[in-house]
Write a protein that binds this ligand. Structure first.
Ligand code: NDP
Length: 322
């Protein structure tokens, strides 16, 4: 019989995904996705990669028999999908299965940011409720807020549906207006930031959105402004955000993602009025298992039926060889 297909898995990976890869394929481990660590044996045999992003053009070029990169996660800004398309390499991601979970996390982060839940709980746990009395009233509220969503895609829409049920008006910015959607559309991010006081970023990372949340946008959001980022840290000018929080340009920020994870700039840790999470948007056992299944199902579909389940747009026309 033929040898099982070799799938390269850089670094630590999801346990359920590893278990499934080991059943259907031959798993090849590599410490990290570094072309310098690619052996001749890998060059000859590796036909697929399963990864949490982090695949650049040089890594793709280092593997001449590579056919598919199955990214664990919907965001694939750290996979060079344009270069993969040029090389005839398929890229898949894990859309939809995490949408509701990430939307739930976004609502939690928003409320935590506005109503000071972390500090209030700490007050109770530290014994201050008994010693000092009631926790101070929150300076901010969700009531009366106008919501702006930067990135009205799958997750953006799930966030909008939740906040609509909260009784809050919704507006959004995308490059293109979503047909048939009743929320106010703004053709520019600046226009959206001027129209709302609560900006939620769930846009993809990458060059097109890099540092688009800058001093000008934060200033447009205004002094009652709340900024929540659940998309990618690269989308934010973190120094400008820390300054805006420090000098009262905006009121508060809730962040699940950072430009250089797991490192969080000291200025954001020190800034008043931040709620900071360690990139846990989709991080429940339930949802990570569904993502693992979709990641591996893409590999299985590719190597059995020669077509992926969820290709990214850049590689939609890549055809299986042979
Ligand atoms: P979608 O592709 O469904 O939505 C992305 C939306 O962003 C689209 O509406 C798109 O509209 C808009 N958009 C893309 N580029 C731009 C741009 N340059 N300017 C303005 N709008 C833009 O993706 P999902 O909703 O499934 O996921 C969104 C992102 O959320 C992921 O890419 C990922 O980075 C992040 N994410 C974070 C998680 C976390 O744990 N914190 C978990 C899961 C996802 P248009 O094309 O018209 O511009």
């Amino acid at each position: 019989g033929t040898l099982p297909v070799a799938i390269l898995v850089p670094g630590n990976f999801n346990d359920h995904a590893i278990g499934r890869i080991d059943k259907a394929f031959r798993r090849v481990r590599i410490e990290r996705a570094d072309p310098g660590l690619v052996t001749d044996e890998m060059r000859r045999t590796v036909r697929g990669i399963a990864c949490f992003g982090g695949i650049d053009a040089a890594m793709i070029d280092a593997l001449p028999n590579l056919e598919i990169i199955a990214n664990f996660g919907v965001g694939y800004d750290s996979v060079d999908a344009n270069h993969a398309a040029k090389r005839g390499v398929m890229v898949t991601n894990t859309p939809d299965v995490l949408t509701e979970e990430v939307a739930d996390t976004t609502i939690g982060l928003l409320i935590n940011t506005v109503r000071d839940m972390y500090a209030a709980e700490k007050w109770l746990r530290d014994g201050d409720w008994v010693k000092k009395g009631n926790y101070r009233l929150s300076r901010l509220t969700l009531r009366g807020r106008r919501i702006g969503i930067f990135g009205m895609g799958r997750i953006g829409l799930a966030v909008a549906h939740r906040l609509e049920a909260f009784g809050l008006p919704i507006a959004y910015h995308n490059r293109r207006k979503v047909e048939g959607l009743a929320y106010d559309y703004h053709a520019t991010l600046k226009g959206l930031a001027e129209a709302v006081d609560t900006l939620i970023c769930i846009a993809p990372g990458g060059a097109a959105t890099e540092k688009t949340i800058n001093a000008e946008i934060l200033s447009a959001l205004g002094s009652n402004g709340v900024f929540v980022n659940i998309g990618r840290g690269s989308t934010v000018d973190e120094a400008a955000l820390a300054a805006a929080l420090e000098n009262g340009t905006i009121a508060a920020a809730g962040l699940d993602v950072f430009a250089n994870e797991p490192n969080v700039p000291q200025a954001l840790l020190d800034a008043p009025n931040t709620s900071l999470l360690p990139h846990v948007g989709s991080a429940s056992d339930h949802t990570r298992r569904a993502m693992a299944d979709l990641c591996v199902d893409n590999l299985v579909a590719w190597f059995t039926e020669r077509r992926p389940l969820t290709p990214v747009p850049e590689t939609i026309n890549v055809k299986a060889r042979g």
